[in-house]
Design a protein around this ligand. Structure first.
Ligand SMILES: Cc1cc2nc3c(=O)[nH]c(=O)nc-3n(C[C@H](O)[C@H](O)[C@H](O)COP(=O)(O)OP(=O)(O)OC[C@H]3O[C@@H](n4cnc5c(N)ncnc54)[C@H](O)[C@@H]3O)c2cc1C
Length: 395
């Protein structure tokens, strides 16, 4: 049996590995020329932890995790206004929370393809899928050339992210499924030894209104930066006019020296996209199935994208892996969706709750956030807040 997986992000890599381990031949096609270096820190907890332990990926992730002691809100002079104890957060999330840089997570999933017998999974970078279709023999995809190339398979796994082209071609245009949450987010990594030394082992977040910048010191002299701001247009990254760097410099002026310095060093094309969820009535059609952000993006603010990508892809492997003939494919895909959808929907509901209070719109809301963060130190309130943030995990 052969699968073609479109997109070598976390979901695509894990799906390819699990199918390869189950004995499938897999062609994994990724449009970027190499693993993508962009992205910020992601909290890794909940279903992804269980799945990663079960499939043997956890040690690789734990090996590249960062130790975060606190999340600290600061004013424009860099003084803390409130802070959240990370160990406490970890206990409420079931004890296992890893803080991982998105590209490190992707690299760990790529390295884990070594567990698959040689030749089973072929990974092609610089392979952009431009067309997908199916016929009675299976599925076909065209990989943009020149010259164009057609790949045939028994099943097509669309793991091509929130702006999935597989979804657009098989299920309908993006506008039908993309639910913008009224914000944009950007992420980039810069080399800045002084800021790196100043802010070690903690997330630093600006305690600002209608916009928020966050930073975290990496192991080298680098600083990972994250910026979120209100945006009602809902346009995805590639559809916004103007330079994203100039937009960020405009939006984040006046937040203090550290942020000014990061904006000075910001690359010309940082990761910059709409904060949104994908909500669809069905994730599989015939022999095509979606996984990860392509079908169930929870939004960057929920922080669980990587965890859900791993858990969903592992589950897809559980159901599709044992299938030995084309007739078994559709029932296996339906079972994957039946089992996985409720958890994704719950995480999306938690993501929407987080989004609505993520950026205070005025001083009163900012005061309320400070109060809530301080209240997390009180027994009972901590569980309540964690439940708001984490969804079912803290139940
Ligand atoms: C550059 C980048 C930075 C991110 N930064 C953050 C962050 O800081 N915090 C956070 O919480 N989440 C971030 N995310 C989202 C996060 O990666 C996902 O929520 C999560 O990892 C699930 O990923 P996924 O594998 O489903 O999709 P993605 O990570 O989006 O991966 C999809 C992959 O498909 C590839 N692809 C798309 N179209 C095609 C095509 N036509 N042909 C071939 N390949 C294609 C893309 O290049 C990409 O590698 C980021 C995503 C990206 C792409």
């Amino acid at each position: 049996m052969k699968a073609v997986v479109v997109g070598a992000g976390i979901a695509g890599l894990v799906a390819a590995r699990q199918l390869g381990l189950a004995g499938w031949d897999v062609e994994l096609l990724e449009k970027s020329p190499a693993p993508r270096p962009e992205g910020y820190m992601m909290d890794f907890f909940g279903p992804g932890v269980e799945a990663a332990e079960r499939i043997g990926l956890y040690p690789r992730l734990a090996a590249v995790a960062y130790h975060v002691e606190a999340a600290e809100y600061v004013d424009a002079t860099g003084h803390p206004t409130s802070s959240l104890d990370y160990d406490r957060f970890a206990r409420l999330a079931g004890g296992k929370v890893l803080s991982l840089l998105r590209p490190d997570m992707e690299r760990a999933a790529l390295a884990a393809l070594d567990d698959v017998p040689p030749g089973r999974v072929q990974v092609s970078y610089g392979a952009s899928v431009s067309r997908v279709w199916s016929d009675e023999d299976g599925v076909r995809v065209t990989v943009g050339g020149p010259p164009d190339m057609t790949v045939a398979a028994d099943v097509l796994v669309g793991a091509d992210g929130i702006h999935s082209g597989v979804r657009a071609q098989v299920f309908g245009p993006e506008e039908e499924y993309l639910r913008p949450l009224g914000m944009r987010a950007a992420a980039f990594i810069v080399t800045e030894p002084l800021l790196n030394a100043r802010f070690r082992n903690r997330f630093v977040l600006t305690d600002s209104i209608n916009r928020m910048a966050g930073l975290y010191s990496l192991r080298s002299d680098e600083v990972a930066t994250f910026m979120v701001y209100r945006d009602s247009t809902g346009s995805p990254g590639h559809q916004r006019s103007g330079s994203p760097r100039e937009r960020l410099r405009r939006e984040f002026a006046g937040l203090g020296h550290a942020i000014d310095r990061l904006l000075e060093l910001c690359p010309e094309h940082p990761y910059d996209d709409v904060v949104a969820q994908i909500v669809m009535p069905g994730w599989q059609r015939g022999r095509t199935v979606l996984v990860g952000d392509a079908c169930g993006a929870v939004s960057l603010l929920a922080g669980q994208g990587g965890s859900l990508a791993i858990a969903g892809a592992a589950l897809l492997g559980d159901f599709l892996g044992p299938v030995a003939s084309p007739g078994g494919i559709s029932p296996a895909l339906a079972e994957y969706e039946r089992r996985w959808r409720p958890l994704v929907e719950e995480a999306q509901a938690a993501g929407r709750r987080t989004a609505s209070s993520f950026l205070p719109a005025n001083r009163a809301q900012r005061l309320l956030r400070r109060w809530i963060i301080r209240a997390t130190h009180l027994p009972g309130i901590d569980r309540l807040v964690a439940r708001q943030i984490l969804g079912r995990i803290a139940k």
